[in-house]
Design a protein around this ligand. Structure first.
Ligand code: AMP
Length: 113
């Protein structure tokens, strides 16, 4: 989608600090980090959020989570981290391209605000 910021990052039209990439997913540092380590993991295919993904996307979703689990220790998150996906504006979603926030590097409060 040409008006989607994250699609433009995938296309290389907007710069990002990439930390992981394969044929299906990309991970890059959040431009406005909410924790010392704050990385966004996104599918290269555009989905507005988790609600747009179907059973046909199950393998892609599993791949995303599996890569997060494998990459997190190397990102400085060996001691622990949080994985969050905001779905919809009331939940705080500001970019309409499905993504997982991966946050850590400090003690995280629960419940979130
Ligand atoms: P959300 O509010 O859950 O939709 O998360 C969107 C995230 O994308 C926010 O944490 C933003 O700081 C981040 N963000 C927005 N634009 C960029 C960008 N160009 N590069 C990296 N992160 C971005």
């Amino acid at each position: 989608m040409s008006d989607c910021i994250f699609c433009q990052i995938i296309a290389g039209q907007i710069p990002s600090v990439k930390v992981y990439e394969d044929e299906r997913i990309l991970a890059f540092r959040d431009v406005n980090p909410a924790a010392p380590v704050h990385v966004l993991f996104i599918p290269k295919r555009h989905f507005a959020n988790l609600g747009e993904m179907t059973p046909a996307d199950q393998e892609l979703l599993g791949h995303l989570l599996n890569v997060i689990g494998r990459e997190a220790p190397g990102l400085g998150l060996a001691d622990g981290y949080r994985v969050v996906s905001n779905c919809g504006e009331p939940a705080g979603q500001t970019v309409g391209h499905m993504h997982f926030h991966v946050l850590g590097g400090r003690d995280l409060l629960w419940p979130p605000g």
